[in-house]
Design a protein around this ligand. Structure first.
Ligand code: FES
Ligand SMILES: [Fe+2]
Length: 422
């Protein structure tokens, strides 16, 4: 356990980890919520940082946000000032912004250094060392008397990164298995959306005063549609229809089918009838793929969602036990961007994303306040909250340095479970 700093912290962490493992070991029919310390304790968050976030893959950007050489996004994660940048050869890299001279963050927190943009070179403002877009040192003045100094030895450090389906991920410790392996099954399911060729069309930023797991659980379970989204999402996707795929070591996949009414409206719209609001459809989807929301979390916190006309991606950056930064995005096909009516659709769909996510934000913040209370109880879970249970099982497995086992069974609930039982 790398986070243990003292015998007291060690004992406390052991108790939290034991609580998580015992909870995750319950069958779904007996599932309950985790001990509240899993959401509130800073020492447990430090454990997650070292043993989950730094060892697994964290998604930072989509290639459509970095179209040209020199385009970059600067962000900070776990005390690492990062620069996601496309270099002159077109490769996307995750560089450290820490100058090799006197450790300065080359993009200080100042309006003169925007968090995203396009640049020809990377210049440290302190003593003007100049780096190429791939982090190599191009020039530095007044260093000719420094004995044995060779520019080739000094560069911006680079983190281990991978582009998967157009999404840029970083793995801090450099030892994670490639995403092409971890997410291979995930890849097959979302292939028809061709996410690498989609474009981020809407981005909304949220500073969240709740634990990252409160967000991921809220993202993955649709039981809450009946309450949180009673007049919005629940109308077209009632929570009671949601069901989850069997356990996978590296991701959770749940289905949220559309109502028959909406399916009928979409079929009619495609056939030239009254238009259902939204973007140009994704081409080549089966009705099963098109007529539901496909909900995914690539562990630990890559939130992705597929629909008949778009994908949603939520970038989540955990900051502390009770804080995370969130970027909610909508991705559309290039064809959709060129279709007539795109500008109007963008306005209405931005409003839609804002509305339903605002509904979630109120709930999530209130859940965190509840979790801080001395009166919080270990609640029981509905079968509709199977993803919450699967996330618990991932956390328990990672606490032991492993991943969940791939389950070889039919889904517990939903249409395929019924077929299997027949
Ligand atoms: S700290 Fe960057 S040039 Fe000196
Ligand atoms: Fe929600």
């Amino acid at each position: 356990m790398t986070a243990a700093a003292s015998p007291e912290i060690s004992a406390k962490l052991e108790a939290i980890l034991t609580g998580i493992k015992e909870t995750a070991a319950l069958p779904l029919s007996q599932a309950r919520t985790l001990p509240r310390e899993a959401y509130t304790d800073e020492d447990y968050f430090a454990f997650e940082r070292e043993n989950i976030f730094k060892k697994d893959w964290m998604c930072l950007a989509h290639v459509s946000q970095l179209k040209t050489p020199g385009s970059y996004i600067a962000l900070d994660l776990f005390d690492e000032p990062l620069l996601v940048i496309r270099d002159r050869e077109g490769a996307i890299r995750v560089l450290s912004r820490v100058c090799a001279h006197r450790a300065m963050d080359i993009m200080p927190d100042d309006p003169a250094f925007p968090r995203e943009g396009e640049t020809r070179l990377l210049v440290c403002p302190y003593h003007k060392w100049v780096y190429e877009l791939d982090g190599t040192l191009r020039g530095c003045t007044q260093m000719h008397n420094a004995e044995g100094f060779d520019k080739a030895d000094w560069k911006l450090a680079e983190f281990h990164s991978e582009v998967w389906n157009g999404f840029v991920f970083v793995n801090f410790d450099g030892n994670a298995k490639p995403l092409s392996e971890q997410y291979a099954d995930f890849d097959r399911v979302i292939a028809p959306w061709n996410a690498a060729d989609m474009e981020v069309a809407i981005e909304l930023e949220w500073d969240c005063d709740f634990n990252w797991k409160v967000m991921v659980e809220n993202w993955m379970e649709s039981y809450h549609h009946i309450g949180t989204h009673a007049t919005t999402l629940n109308v077209s996707m009632p929570g009671e229809l949601t069901w989850s795929e069997p356990e996978h070591p590296y991701f959770v996949h749940a289905h949220l089918p559309y109502t028959e009414k909406l399916r009928g409206e979409l079929r009619a719209s495609r056939a030239g009838g009254p238009k259902v609001p939204g973007f140009e459809w994704i081409e080549g989807l089966s009705e099963d793929q098109a007529f539901e929301w496909g909900l995914f979390t690539g562990f630990p916190c890559f939130m992705f969602l597929t629909t008949h006309d778009r994908a949603l991606w939520y970038r989540l950056l955990p900051v502390a036990a009770d804080r995370c930064l969130l970027l909610t995005t909508t991705l559309v096909s290039k064809k959709a961007k060129e279709a007539p009516g795109y500008a109007e659709a963008l306005v209405s769909e931005t409003d839609m994303l804002n509305t339903f996510h605002s509904e979630d934000m109120v709930m999530n913040a209130a859940v965190q306040r509840g979790l801080k209370s001395s009166k919080v109880v270990r609640g029981r879970l509905s079968h509709l909250e199977e993803p919450v249970w699967l996330i618990q099982r991932y956390l328990a497995a990672r606490a032991e340095g492993r991943y969940p086992e791939k389950a070889n069974r039919a889904p517990y609930h939903g249409p395929k479970a019924m077929q299997a039982a027949e």
